[in-house]
Design a protein around this ligand. Structure first.
Ligand code: FES
Length: 132
């Protein structure tokens, strides 16, 4: 591990503010994923959203191993619906519902969860108690 991983999603450059629109809820297939970016290239904030039924889970699309996206494009994302996400660089595995490391080069680290809220069939960035 590099030791330079951000500890909170808000510490990642270009982190969107609470209330920022992500997508319509039906843009995220049940058992599938959706990707969004905020901010400008070359280092936008990359958001990864997965869904199980009416539950949506957001993560920074950033592997804790090398700090690169788990996948650059949605079609490249390796997932086991409802169970885990796998980085397509060195195949570290992360829990679908909380982003913790399940195996591989991510021991002691994990994905950074991003709070999400559903507002009238729109998915927006949620607020957290430690957000200022
Ligand atoms: S960059 Fe993801 S496992 Fe190495």
């Amino acid at each position: 591990m590099s030791g330079t991983n951000p500890r909170l999603w808000q510490d990642v450059p270009c982190a969107p503010p609470a209330g920022e629109f992500v997508c319509q809820t039906d843009a995220v297939p049940d058992g599938g994923a959706f990707m969004a970016t905020f901010g400008d290239m070359p280092k936008p904030f990359r958001l990864l959203v997965v869904r199980s039924g009416s539950s949506y889970f957001g993560y920074v699309n950033r592997c804790s191993h090398f700090g690169v996206p788990l996948a650059q494009k949605i079609g490249q994302l390796i997932l086991d619906p409802g169970k885990e996400l796998t980085c397509n660089v060195h195949y570290s595995r992360f829990d679908w519902r909380d982003g913790r490391c399940l195996g591989g080069e991510c021991a002691g680290e994990g994905l950074l969860p991003v709070p999400l809220e559903v507002v009238e069939q729109r998915l927006v960035i949620g607020s957290t108690n430690d957000e200022h």
